[in-house]
Design a protein around this ligand. Sequence first.
Ligand SMILES: [Zn+2]
Length: 587
Amino acid sequence: MLCGSSLAPPFNRTSPLFLFFIQMPSLSIFRNSSLTFHRPLLRYHSYLFAKPVHDIQAYELPMDRRAHLCCSAFSVTQQIHESSAMATNKVSNKSKKKVWWESPEGVLRIKLDMCSKHGDVVQALHLYDEARSNGVQLNQHHYNVLLYLCSSVKLNGNGVDENASSLCNNRGFEIFQQMIIDKVAPSEATFTNAARLALALEDPEMAFDLVKQMKGFNILPKLRSYGPALFGFCKKGMADRAYEVHAHMAESGVMPEELELSALLKLSADVKRADKVYEMLHRLRATVRQVTDSTVGVIEDWFKSEDASKIGEENWDTSKVREGIVMGGGGWHGQGWLGSGRWRAVRTQIDEKGVCHSCGEKLVCIDIDPGETENFATSLSNLACQREVKSNFVQFQEWLQQHGPFDAVVDGANLGLINQKTFSFYQLNTVAGKLRQMSPSKRLPLIVLHTSRVTGGPARNPNNRKFLEFWKKSGALYATPVGSNDDWYWLYAAVTCNCLLVTNDEMRDHLFQLLGTSFFPRWKEKHQVRLSVSRSGLTLHMPPPYSTVVQESENGSWHVPTITGDDLETPRQWLCATRARNKIHPF
Ligand SMILES: [Zn+2]
């Protein structure tokens, strides 16, 4: 719906949000607010930016324009009643939309969107004041753009002084209050932007209260909604309140990511809550797996601290620890800090067999439950059938049943172009030959190529035709149809065959994001083979024989992997944290 302000939940003086504001006498902006509504922004201008405020007169519509446009819409609708009902609705909706976009509300939206695009809070506030004095009715989108700009002023203006920033924040709250008075239903973005305003005022309590208000409006908070409260409490060292935010996230089904967990871990270390540091390390292990350099720094600081050396069980029950490892699927036990004394925390590397260069411990390979793979294959098939021409994909599934299973699947388009200016069938054939040698059944891998690669361009070359004919005859080539995205095909084949997938595509684009983060990264780690090309020839980089995930060993040591770039030659950095006395105790 484009027009006006929608009123989803009943918005009256007993609504939770209204009461929330009534209960906030400390905010000066709500006192004498009627005096502030039409404050011209120009007097703030010198505080804000050096550039001149745009002349908004140029955008003004005559006051009678709206009425005129409404009449036009009516007459247009009248005329088209004579044609078919469907066409009538279509044209009518189209003309209604046109009328709205040309109304003061529509024009204001276009201008505010431009302000949003350019981060121009001064102009946005100017437009707001102008719209209010002209009686233009603002809708949810208008308000959200204004709140967004007011709450992100620090981000937009380099060198914006504190006074200017706080003026914008105050005006943001004033606008938020006006939204409530105007009974415009808020959205998740409204609350999130208001929470950001609260954070700018260094008031994480208010930011948290705002998130709690969302449920009263049947709005589900997002991860970003919690940021202001969580980071605000972390910054102030208010650990218990930060843990409450964390608990509230869990209740709302919102999963914290690395940034949030890292902040909680640092806070817990700062306030000497070793149990919470332990919990956050495990949460990073379970959800983030590999961390950025900055998080490794936080973890390293913890292990090097005096507090970390003081905690830990000296005599632990080894059978319980082993039981924990089995129950957890390997790579961790969850029985708390083991050992005693100072930790030795160093940045190191893991060799190709999974042995730590620093402590000599062998990292484990965590298995994937076959049931999980099966479920993943089903959801992959459903998604592919939605995104691709269904009959084409079903035809491929049938073909795969007849010709599979394979020991490896090759993303032909990717491999034919690695280190090559034009598509190289020769390179693809060399890779296929290497995989055939490695295959237990000495079978060629499945080569997936888009049909355009099989018929046009270099495919016309007689030598290349020979490669294609050979693969085809061996039942190792599948040409995906015109209009298809071959990514779906090679990924589905590799998952259902539970075999190696050869590609240098890091699989991070939109298609792969649809697959979620709980299973796919684990599957990829165990199945993706990459190719590097050098003067000495082609090298296939097999998946590591250990899991690249935060690991807690049986004797209480920790190994934390960092995220690496795409360069295959740069080894991954790990943090190894061990201590002299964390040997397995003979219980
Ligand atoms: Zn180690």
